[in-house]
Write a protein that binds this ligand. Structure first.
Ligand code: COA
Length: 322
Protein backbone atom coordinates (compact mmCIF):
# COMPACT_ATOMS: atom_id res chain seq x y z
CA UNK A 1 0.00 0.00 0.00
CA UNK A 2 1.12 3.56 -0.72
CA UNK A 3 0.34 6.28 1.80
CA UNK A 4 1.40 9.89 2.16
CA UNK A 5 3.19 11.57 5.04
CA UNK A 6 4.09 15.16 5.80
CA UNK A 7 7.80 15.43 5.06
CA UNK A 8 8.12 19.15 5.78
CA UNK A 9 6.13 22.19 6.88
CA UNK A 10 6.65 25.91 6.30
CA UNK A 11 4.79 29.15 6.86
CA UNK A 12 5.10 32.85 6.29
CA UNK A 13 3.43 35.94 7.72
CA UNK A 14 3.82 39.39 6.15
CA UNK A 15 5.96 41.85 8.08
CA UNK A 16 3.30 44.44 8.80
CA UNK A 17 1.38 43.82 12.03
CA UNK A 18 -1.99 45.43 12.73
CA UNK A 19 -2.95 45.25 16.42
CA UNK A 20 -6.38 45.64 17.95
CA UNK A 21 -5.19 48.99 19.26
CA UNK A 22 -4.36 50.04 15.69
CA UNK A 23 -7.91 49.05 14.69
CA UNK A 24 -9.30 51.29 17.45
CA UNK A 25 -7.91 54.26 15.52
CA UNK A 26 -9.57 53.09 12.30
CA UNK A 27 -13.09 52.13 13.44
CA UNK A 28 -15.47 52.06 16.40
CA UNK A 29 -14.10 48.98 18.14
CA UNK A 30 -11.96 48.14 21.13
CA UNK A 31 -9.24 45.71 22.06
CA UNK A 32 -11.24 44.19 24.94
CA UNK A 33 -14.27 43.43 22.74
CA UNK A 34 -12.14 41.78 20.06
CA UNK A 35 -10.16 39.67 22.56
CA UNK A 36 -13.22 38.60 24.48
CA UNK A 37 -15.35 37.65 21.45
CA UNK A 38 -12.61 36.20 19.23
CA UNK A 39 -9.33 35.72 21.11
CA UNK A 40 -7.57 37.79 18.42
CA UNK A 41 -4.83 40.25 19.45
CA UNK A 42 -3.19 41.09 16.13
CA UNK A 43 -3.06 40.14 12.47
CA UNK A 44 -0.47 40.47 9.68
CA UNK A 45 -1.24 42.49 6.56
CA UNK A 46 0.45 42.07 3.17
CA UNK A 47 2.39 45.10 1.94
CA UNK A 48 1.18 47.01 -1.12
CA UNK A 49 1.96 44.82 -4.10
CA UNK A 50 2.66 41.73 -1.98
CA UNK A 51 0.57 38.90 -3.39
CA UNK A 52 -0.74 35.53 -2.28
CA UNK A 53 1.96 33.81 -4.36
CA UNK A 54 4.66 35.87 -2.61
CA UNK A 55 3.50 34.59 0.77
CA UNK A 56 3.05 31.04 -0.55
CA UNK A 57 6.53 30.97 -2.06
CA UNK A 58 8.17 31.95 1.22
CA UNK A 59 6.22 29.21 3.06
CA UNK A 60 7.13 26.68 0.35
CA UNK A 61 10.86 27.29 0.53
CA UNK A 62 10.76 26.66 4.31
CA UNK A 63 8.75 23.44 3.83
CA UNK A 64 11.17 22.21 1.16
CA UNK A 65 14.11 22.95 3.41
CA UNK A 66 12.60 20.94 6.29
CA UNK A 67 11.79 18.05 3.92
CA UNK A 68 15.35 18.22 2.52
CA UNK A 69 13.94 18.30 -1.00
CA UNK A 70 14.38 20.55 -4.03
CA UNK A 71 11.64 22.20 -6.06
CA UNK A 72 12.53 19.75 -8.87
CA UNK A 73 11.25 16.90 -6.68
CA UNK A 74 7.69 18.29 -6.63
CA UNK A 75 5.33 16.52 -8.99
CA UNK A 76 2.00 18.05 -7.91
CA UNK A 77 1.03 21.52 -6.67
CA UNK A 78 -2.35 22.16 -5.02
CA UNK A 79 -3.10 25.60 -3.64
CA UNK A 80 -6.08 26.36 -1.40
CA UNK A 81 -6.90 30.04 -1.79
CA UNK A 82 -9.85 32.41 -2.13
CA UNK A 83 -7.58 35.34 -2.87
CA UNK A 84 -5.63 34.29 -5.98
CA UNK A 85 -3.09 36.68 -7.52
CA UNK A 86 -5.11 36.75 -10.74
CA UNK A 87 -8.40 35.42 -12.16
CA UNK A 88 -6.11 33.23 -14.22
CA UNK A 89 -3.63 31.64 -14.46
CA UNK A 90 -4.09 29.84 -11.15
CA UNK A 91 -1.91 30.77 -8.20
CA UNK A 92 -0.56 27.20 -8.35
CA UNK A 93 0.74 27.82 -11.90
CA UNK A 94 2.27 31.13 -10.82
CA UNK A 95 4.02 29.38 -7.92
CA UNK A 96 5.22 26.61 -10.24
CA UNK A 97 6.81 29.18 -12.56
CA UNK A 98 8.36 31.03 -9.62
CA UNK A 99 9.80 27.77 -8.28
CA UNK A 100 11.52 27.34 -11.65
CA UNK A 101 9.82 24.04 -12.45
CA UNK A 102 7.39 22.94 -15.16
CA UNK A 103 5.39 19.98 -16.34
CA UNK A 104 3.76 18.76 -13.13
CA UNK A 105 0.03 19.30 -12.53
CA UNK A 106 -0.71 22.56 -10.70
CA UNK A 107 -4.15 23.85 -9.73
CA UNK A 108 -6.04 25.86 -7.15
CA UNK A 109 -8.79 24.55 -4.90
CA UNK A 110 -11.45 27.05 -3.89
CA UNK A 111 -13.05 25.90 -0.66
CA UNK A 112 -12.64 29.10 1.38
CA UNK A 113 -11.36 28.36 4.91
CA UNK A 114 -11.41 24.60 4.22
CA UNK A 115 -9.07 25.06 1.23
CA UNK A 116 -6.02 23.50 2.85
CA UNK A 117 -7.86 20.40 4.07
CA UNK A 118 -9.50 20.05 0.65
CA UNK A 119 -6.06 20.34 -0.96
CA UNK A 120 -4.62 17.76 1.43
CA UNK A 121 -7.47 15.37 0.58
CA UNK A 122 -6.80 15.73 -3.15
CA UNK A 123 -3.01 15.43 -2.89
CA UNK A 124 -3.23 12.43 -0.55
CA UNK A 125 -5.38 10.63 -3.14
CA UNK A 126 -2.85 11.42 -5.92
CA UNK A 127 -0.10 9.94 -3.82
CA UNK A 128 -2.11 6.86 -2.76
CA UNK A 129 -2.85 6.05 -6.42
CA UNK A 130 0.80 6.43 -7.39
CA UNK A 131 0.12 9.50 -9.56
CA UNK A 132 2.48 11.68 -7.50
CA UNK A 133 5.41 11.12 -5.14
CA UNK A 134 5.99 14.59 -3.72
CA UNK A 135 3.04 16.96 -3.51
CA UNK A 136 3.23 20.59 -2.46
CA UNK A 137 0.01 21.56 -0.65
CA UNK A 138 -0.44 25.22 0.23
CA UNK A 139 -3.00 27.38 2.01
CA UNK A 140 -2.32 31.03 1.26
CA UNK A 141 -4.40 34.19 1.50
CA UNK A 142 -4.34 37.96 1.26
CA UNK A 143 -7.75 38.44 2.89
CA UNK A 144 -6.94 42.08 3.64
CA UNK A 145 -7.72 42.74 -0.04
CA UNK A 146 -11.33 41.59 0.37
CA UNK A 147 -11.84 43.06 3.86
CA UNK A 148 -14.10 46.08 4.23
CA UNK A 149 -12.10 48.25 6.61
CA UNK A 150 -15.25 50.27 7.33
CA UNK A 151 -17.19 47.24 8.59
CA UNK A 152 -16.18 46.52 12.20
CA UNK A 153 -18.22 43.32 12.29
CA UNK A 154 -15.82 41.63 9.85
CA UNK A 155 -12.64 43.76 9.64
CA UNK A 156 -11.38 42.71 13.06
CA UNK A 157 -11.50 39.02 12.19
CA UNK A 158 -9.16 38.45 9.24
CA UNK A 159 -5.47 38.52 8.33
CA UNK A 160 -2.94 37.50 5.67
CA UNK A 161 -0.51 34.57 5.65
CA UNK A 162 0.54 31.29 4.10
CA UNK A 163 1.36 27.75 5.14
CA UNK A 164 2.69 24.84 3.11
CA UNK A 165 3.40 21.15 3.52
CA UNK A 166 5.30 18.68 1.38
CA UNK A 167 3.52 15.33 1.16
CA UNK A 168 5.71 12.37 0.37
CA UNK A 169 4.85 8.82 -0.70
CA UNK A 170 5.60 6.26 2.00
CA UNK A 171 4.66 2.70 2.90
CA UNK A 172 2.90 3.46 6.18
CA UNK A 173 0.57 6.33 7.17
CA UNK A 174 1.15 9.35 7.45
CA UNK A 175 -2.26 10.54 6.55
CA UNK A 176 -4.73 8.00 7.91
CA UNK A 177 -7.89 9.51 6.44
CA UNK A 178 -9.29 12.77 5.12
CA UNK A 179 -12.95 13.78 5.02
CA UNK A 180 -14.37 16.70 3.05
CA UNK A 181 -17.94 17.96 2.73
CA UNK A 182 -19.98 20.91 1.46
CA UNK A 183 -23.50 22.29 1.69
CA UNK A 184 -24.07 25.10 -0.77
CA UNK A 185 -27.35 26.33 0.67
CA UNK A 186 -25.58 28.54 3.21
CA UNK A 187 -24.10 30.84 0.55
CA UNK A 188 -25.83 33.96 1.94
CA UNK A 189 -24.36 33.60 5.44
CA UNK A 190 -20.74 34.08 4.40
CA UNK A 191 -19.74 35.38 0.99
CA UNK A 192 -17.98 37.91 -1.21
CA UNK A 193 -20.87 38.58 -3.61
CA UNK A 194 -18.92 40.18 -6.43
CA UNK A 195 -17.43 37.74 -8.89
CA UNK A 196 -16.74 37.54 -12.58
CA UNK A 197 -19.65 35.90 -14.38
CA UNK A 198 -22.28 37.71 -12.27
CA UNK A 199 -20.98 40.98 -13.71
CA UNK A 200 -17.69 42.39 -12.54
CA UNK A 201 -18.37 46.05 -11.83
CA UNK A 202 -16.14 48.48 -9.93
CA UNK A 203 -19.28 50.44 -9.04
CA UNK A 204 -20.40 47.53 -6.87
CA UNK A 205 -17.32 47.94 -4.70
CA UNK A 206 -19.13 47.03 -1.46
CA UNK A 207 -19.87 43.61 -2.91
CA UNK A 208 -16.18 42.91 -3.40
CA UNK A 209 -15.76 42.50 0.36
CA UNK A 210 -16.48 39.74 2.86
CA UNK A 211 -20.08 39.81 4.11
CA UNK A 212 -21.07 37.59 7.01
CA UNK A 213 -23.84 36.77 9.43
CA UNK A 214 -21.44 36.16 12.33
CA UNK A 215 -23.93 34.63 14.77
CA UNK A 216 -25.33 32.11 12.30
CA UNK A 217 -21.85 31.14 11.06
CA UNK A 218 -20.68 30.68 14.64
CA UNK A 219 -23.51 28.28 15.53
CA UNK A 220 -23.13 26.27 12.35
CA UNK A 221 -19.33 26.05 12.72
CA UNK A 222 -19.55 24.63 16.26
CA UNK A 223 -22.13 22.00 15.31
CA UNK A 224 -20.33 20.99 12.11
CA UNK A 225 -16.90 20.67 13.70
CA UNK A 226 -18.40 18.33 16.29
CA UNK A 227 -19.93 16.09 13.62
CA UNK A 228 -16.77 15.97 11.45
CA UNK A 229 -14.66 15.02 14.48
CA UNK A 230 -17.02 12.16 15.33
CA UNK A 231 -17.11 10.98 11.69
CA UNK A 232 -13.30 10.95 11.49
CA UNK A 233 -12.69 9.13 14.75
CA UNK A 234 -15.46 6.56 14.16
CA UNK A 235 -14.25 5.81 10.62
CA UNK A 236 -10.82 4.90 12.01
CA UNK A 237 -11.98 3.37 15.27
CA UNK A 238 -9.84 5.85 17.16
CA UNK A 239 -10.75 7.04 20.66
CA UNK A 240 -10.65 10.83 21.09
CA UNK A 241 -8.37 10.37 24.10
CA UNK A 242 -5.72 8.84 21.82
CA UNK A 243 -5.23 12.14 19.96
CA UNK A 244 -1.99 13.92 20.78
CA UNK A 245 -2.81 17.25 19.15
CA UNK A 246 -5.86 19.06 17.80
CA UNK A 247 -4.95 21.52 15.01
CA UNK A 248 -8.17 23.35 14.11
CA UNK A 249 -8.91 26.10 11.64
CA UNK A 250 -8.10 29.35 13.43
CA UNK A 251 -11.23 31.51 13.11
CA UNK A 252 -12.25 32.29 16.65
CA UNK A 253 -10.95 31.08 20.02
CA UNK A 254 -14.51 30.44 21.24
CA UNK A 255 -15.20 28.11 18.29
CA UNK A 256 -11.86 26.33 18.89
CA UNK A 257 -12.56 25.95 22.63
CA UNK A 258 -16.06 24.57 21.99
CA UNK A 259 -14.64 22.00 19.54
CA UNK A 260 -11.87 21.07 21.99
CA UNK A 261 -14.39 20.59 24.84
CA UNK A 262 -16.39 18.15 22.70
CA UNK A 263 -13.16 16.23 22.01
CA UNK A 264 -12.33 16.29 25.70
CA UNK A 265 -8.96 17.82 24.76
CA UNK A 266 -7.29 20.11 27.31
CA UNK A 267 -6.32 23.44 25.72
CA UNK A 268 -2.63 22.53 26.24
CA UNK A 269 -3.11 19.89 23.50
CA UNK A 270 -4.78 22.35 21.11
CA UNK A 271 -2.68 24.46 18.76
CA UNK A 272 -3.92 28.05 18.96
CA UNK A 273 -2.42 30.77 16.78
CA UNK A 274 -5.56 32.82 16.07
CA UNK A 275 -4.41 35.35 18.70
CA UNK A 276 -1.31 36.13 16.63
CA UNK A 277 -2.65 36.16 13.05
CA UNK A 278 -6.50 36.20 13.19
CA UNK A 279 -8.40 34.18 10.62
CA UNK A 280 -6.15 33.56 7.60
CA UNK A 281 -8.69 31.23 5.97
CA UNK A 282 -7.02 28.36 4.09
CA UNK A 283 -3.61 29.33 5.52
CA UNK A 284 -4.60 28.91 9.15
CA UNK A 285 -4.14 25.14 9.67
CA UNK A 286 -0.72 24.86 7.95
CA UNK A 287 0.37 28.04 9.79
CA UNK A 288 -0.66 26.55 13.14
CA UNK A 289 0.93 23.20 12.26
CA UNK A 290 4.23 24.76 11.24
CA UNK A 291 4.32 26.94 14.36
CA UNK A 292 3.89 23.92 16.66
CA UNK A 293 6.31 21.71 14.70
CA UNK A 294 9.03 24.39 14.80
CA UNK A 295 8.56 25.23 18.49
CA UNK A 296 8.92 21.51 19.32
CA UNK A 297 5.37 20.79 20.57
CA UNK A 298 4.35 18.48 17.70
CA UNK A 299 6.79 15.60 17.31
CA UNK A 300 7.24 12.81 14.79
CA UNK A 301 4.91 9.86 15.36
CA UNK A 302 2.22 11.84 17.18
CA UNK A 303 -1.46 11.56 16.26
CA UNK A 304 -3.01 14.79 14.93
CA UNK A 305 -6.53 15.88 14.01
CA UNK A 306 -7.05 18.79 11.61
CA UNK A 307 -10.51 20.34 11.30
CA UNK A 308 -11.70 23.14 9.03
CA UNK A 309 -14.92 25.01 8.35
CA UNK A 310 -15.57 27.78 5.85
CA UNK A 311 -17.77 29.57 3.34
CA UNK A 312 -19.85 27.40 1.11
CA UNK A 313 -20.32 25.99 3.65
CA UNK A 314 -17.37 23.65 3.28
CA UNK A 315 -15.81 21.58 6.03
CA UNK A 316 -13.28 18.83 6.39
CA UNK A 317 -10.82 16.97 8.56
CA UNK A 318 -7.67 14.91 8.44
CA UNK A 319 -6.39 12.32 10.90
CA UNK A 320 -2.67 11.70 10.59
CA UNK A 321 0.48 10.50 12.21
CA UNK A 322 3.05 13.24 11.92
N1 COA B 1 -16.18 46.02 18.01
C1 COA B 1 -17.07 46.38 18.95
N2 COA B 1 -18.38 46.01 18.90
C2 COA B 1 -18.75 45.23 17.89
C3 COA B 1 -17.87 44.82 16.88
C4 COA B 1 -16.53 45.27 16.97
N3 COA B 1 -15.61 44.91 16.07
N4 COA B 1 -18.53 44.05 16.00
C5 COA B 1 -19.80 43.98 16.43
N5 COA B 1 -19.95 44.70 17.57
C6 COA B 1 -21.16 44.86 18.39
C7 COA B 1 -22.41 44.60 17.59
O1 COA B 1 -22.78 45.75 16.84
C8 COA B 1 -23.39 44.26 18.67
O2 COA B 1 -23.84 45.47 19.28
P1 COA B 1 -25.38 45.65 19.73
O3 COA B 1 -25.58 44.57 20.77
O4 COA B 1 -25.40 47.03 20.26
O5 COA B 1 -26.17 45.42 18.50
C9 COA B 1 -22.55 43.53 19.71
O6 COA B 1 -21.18 43.88 19.42
C10 COA B 1 -22.69 42.03 19.66
O7 COA B 1 -22.62 41.59 18.31
P2 COA B 1 -22.76 40.09 17.93
O8 COA B 1 -22.63 39.98 16.45
O9 COA B 1 -23.98 39.51 18.59
O10 COA B 1 -21.47 39.48 18.64
P3 COA B 1 -21.02 37.99 18.73
O11 COA B 1 -20.85 37.65 20.15
O12 COA B 1 -21.83 37.08 17.87
O13 COA B 1 -19.58 38.06 18.07
C11 COA B 1 -18.46 37.49 16.03
C12 COA B 1 -19.46 38.42 16.72
C13 COA B 1 -18.34 37.89 14.58
C14 COA B 1 -17.12 37.64 16.72
C15 COA B 1 -18.95 36.02 16.19
O14 COA B 1 -20.30 35.93 15.77
C16 COA B 1 -18.14 35.08 15.39
O15 COA B 1 -16.97 34.86 15.64
N6 COA B 1 -18.73 34.42 14.37
C17 COA B 1 -18.05 33.47 13.55
C18 COA B 1 -17.23 34.23 12.54
C19 COA B 1 -16.26 33.35 11.84
O16 COA B 1 -15.46 32.71 12.46
N7 COA B 1 -16.31 33.35 10.51
C20 COA B 1 -15.43 32.65 9.70
C21 COA B 1 -15.77 31.22 9.69
S1 COA B 1 -14.61 30.39 8.69
Amino acid sequence: MIYSRIAGTGSYLPEKVLTNKDLETMMDTDDAWIRERTGIKRRHIAADGETTSDLALAATSRALEMAELDADDIDLIVVGTTTPDKVFPSTACIIQRRLGISGCAAFDVQAACSGFVYGLDVADRYIRTGAAKHALVIGAETLSRITNWEDRTTAVLFGDGAGAVILQATDEPGIISTHIHADGKYEDLLEVPQGISNGYDVLRAQEAYIQMNGNAVFRRAVATLDSIARETLEKNNVDKHDLDWFVPHQANLRIISAAARKLDMPMERVIVTVDEHANTSSASIPLALDTAVRDGRIKRGELLLFEAFGAGFTWGSALLRF
